[in-house]
Write a protein that binds this ligand. Structure first.
Ligand code: HEC
Ligand code: HEC
Ligand code: HEC
Ligand code: HEC
Ligand code: HEC
Ligand code: HEC
Ligand code: HEC
Length: 416
């Protein structure tokens, strides 16, 4: 097949998307795998979330819709969000080099064309990202995983280049165990050389951030509860609510703590452990520099007065791990009010100005959307790049956000 593409600057979306991915993996090449932890996790200890459904049906059904569950999986028609339609399936790197996304009898491919001739074709094997901001794709080369050159950007519903290599098509960017530690439940590193990138056992990947990431491997629990159906008390399973505040925070911070430098191999941390036994936690950079797609919600939250003065706040004070509650400002605001009622730690002074409807949205004034530095795309016809927006977890008073909010409120009431 001979294909020629006209290079049009206007269709090029330059994604510096996920460049933090590189930073995150680069700074972790000092894996100290000699430090074996006691109680090592084994693949055989995982029961898989399908087995939980027999007894925890409701939680399982709602968990299927979460960004956690959907954050990685085997690539297929349903979970690849970008378009394969002719006309929408091409990303041009330069006047003579482009990549086309194609559906072929064997599967889905990223195909590199040079001067209109096919040069290389690599299959979409694994999807990473639920698609809240975007998705990136991995290809298996023997037992190693490599990132494909083209990424999907949700805000504009377009293909764009994976970061770092403008003007050149690159298929050799390796994916490390730390990347998979945050984006999957478990992976078996097949050759433990102590160096990154590692090879994986393809048949033993547990995709998605699933039940057993947060509750621990559960074969023993499933066996016990199945053999003892009359016993209504749980055994051999961890409920994070029974852990200390620090243990609770450390579970989420494993993946939401920004750049952490590891001191033990990936996949050795398990729920209930303390992060300081696995990472140099004091290597976390200043929180203000960390609001990004691989964000540091932990750093920002813990810098807030809510956290420092409440003694009880954890991520679970505002988030229900089993549900997808994205965009539901009212639900989140009710959780603010659970601490900020007049009787408790005090209500907002703006209540008297705004009235009762303040309870619908505490978030836009106190946890505003801020621009990401990692997801930045050049939109058609623009000269300056456009950043994606992230929720700041630095809860405080932002006078300029209040002004914006009040102006919007006024113009809405004028329209009525
Ligand atoms: C044969 C039934 C059965 C299966 C299968 C099962 N569980 Fe349970 N589980 C129970 C019972 C009974 C309890 C105790 C009552 C309750 O909390 O619902 C429980 C409790 C729990 C708790 C709370 C523990 C606590 O101490 O509060 C968690 C977490 C949990 N299960 C996770 C899982 C996960 C994850 C799976 C799948 C890998 C799973 N369960 C499979 C029966 C089961
Ligand atoms: C194994 C790593 C891991 C752990 C542990 C983890 N998360 Fe996440 N979390 C992720 C990843 C990866 C995403 C992004 C998923 C995506 O969109 O692809 C995410 C996304 C989220 C989101 C955004 C959901 C949305 O609707 O966009 C929230 C909220 C969240 N996590 C809260 C938590 C809380 C609370 C905990 C602790 C109880 C936790 N996470 C533990 C990896 C993790
Ligand atoms: C320290 C844990 C961590 C590591 C390491 C990590 N990620 Fe992420 N990643 C996250 C979290 C958490 C999010 C969700 C961002 C947020 O809302 O803060 C995310 C978001 C993403 C997204 C966007 C998902 C969406 O639905 O919008 C993609 C794509 C992604 N990561 C790919 C990768 C790849 C590829 C690697 C490795 C080469 C990697 N990440 C390494 C934690 C991590
Ligand atoms: C991102 C982490 C995370 C994931 C993934 C997760 N849970 Fe939970 N789970 C929690 C936390 C945190 C709690 C404690 C909530 C609280 O503070 O009450 C919990 C509590 C529970 C409980 C105790 C009863 C209850 O409703 O609070 C059960 C049972 C349970 N989870 C089962 C599951 C099952 C089954 C799955 C997979 C379908 C799952 N969880 C996935 C974090 C998670
Ligand atoms: C676990 C309880 C708790 C929750 C949940 C909580 N806060 Fe707080 N917050 C506190 C405490 C305690 C303080 C410090 C005492 C005070 O200023 O009232 C505080 C302080 C504040 C402050 C003053 C900050 C400053 O720098 O002066 C704001 C604004 C605030 N909270 C907003 C919120 C919003 C908005 C939410 C929901 C998104 C929220 N809080 C959720 C406990 C909580
Ligand atoms: C005071 C309440 C509060 C606490 C505590 C809190 N969050 Fe959030 N979080 C929110 C709100 C509100 C949003 C925005 C939800 C939306 O509109 O979709 C959010 C969004 C997120 C997102 C999606 C980010 C984005 O911009 O797309 C992630 C990831 C997340 N939280 C993780 C965490 C983690 C991890 C912790 C604990 C370290 C935590 N949160 C603690 C209120 C909170
Ligand atoms: C229109 C923007 C806006 C909204 C909406 C809003 N706030 Fe505020 N909030 C502010 C401003 C501005 C201040 C500082 C007021 C002052 O000191 O005069 C403030 C102050 C606070 C304080 C500190 C009070 C003190 O005396 O230290 C808390 C706590 C708070 N807000 C919580 C909330 C909660 C909870 C909600 C949702 C029910 C909410 N806010 C909704 C703008 C807002």
């Amino acid at each position: 097949m001979k294909v020629s593409f006209k290079y049009q600057r206007s269709i090029v979306v330059t994604g510096i998307i996920f460049f933090t991915v590189l930073l995150l993996t680069r700074c972790m090449n000092n894996d100290a795998s000699q430090n074996k932890t006691t109680g090592k996790i084994e693949y055989g200890q995982f029961a898989g979330s399908a087995s939980c459904a027999n007894c925890h049906k409701e939680i399982c059904n709602s968990h299927l819709t979460t960004a956690h569950y959907l954050t990685s999986g085997i690539a297929n028609e349903k979970n690849i969000l970008g378009s394969f339609e002719t006309g929408r399936n091409i990303f041009a790197f330069s006047f003579n080099a482009s990549v086309a996304m194609q559906k072929r009898p064997q599967g889905f491919f990223q195909v590199e064309y040079i001067d209109g001739k096919e040069n290389r074709a690599k299959q979409f094997d694994v999807v990473v990202g639920s698609g809240t901001k975007g998705q990136t794709y991995l290809n298996w080369d023997k037992d190693y995983l490599f990132q494909l050159p083209i990424t999907y950007f949700t805000a504009t519903n377009q293909w764009c280049n994976s970061p770092g290599y403008p003007g050149r098509v690159v298929f050799n960017r390796p994916v490390t165990s730390r990347c998979m530690e945050c984006h999957s439940t478990y992976a078996v590193v097949s050759a433990a050389t102590g160096k990154e990138p590692e090879s994986f056992d393809k048949a033993k990947m547990i995709y998605g951030v699933d039940c057993e990431k947060c509750h621990g491997p559960a074969t023993a629990h499933v066996d016990y509860q199945t053999k003892n159906p009359a016993i209504k008390k749980a055994k051999f399973i961890i409920n994070p609510s029974s852990l200390s505040r620090q243990q609770n925070l450390d579970l989420c911070t494993l993946c939401h703590g920004g750049r952490l430098q590891k001191t033990k191999p990936s996949f050795s941390f398990k729920v209930g452990d303390l992060l300081t036994d696995y990472f140099k936690t004091n290597s976390t950079p200043q929180f203000a520099a960390e609001i990004d797609v691989h964000g540091n919600q932990f750093g920002l939250m813990t810098a807030s007065k809510c956290f420092m003065q409440s003694k009880t706040m954890t991520c679970n004070s505002c988030h229900d791990s089993h549900k997808n509650e994205a965009g539901q400002a009212k639900i989140f605001s009710q959780r603010c009010i659970s601490c900020h009622s007049t009787e408790h730690v005090g209500a907002c002074k703006m209540s008297s100005t705004i009235g009762e409807m303040i309870g619908n949205n505490c978030v836009d004034c106190h946890m505003p959307l801020e621009q990401s530095r990692a997801i930045v795309v050049l939109l058609p016809g623009n000269d300056a790049p456009t950043p994606a927006k992230m929720r700041s977890h630095y809860v405080k008073i932002y006078p300029s956000e209040t002004k914006k909010f009040m102006e919007q409120l006024q113009s809405a009431s004028v329209k009525k």
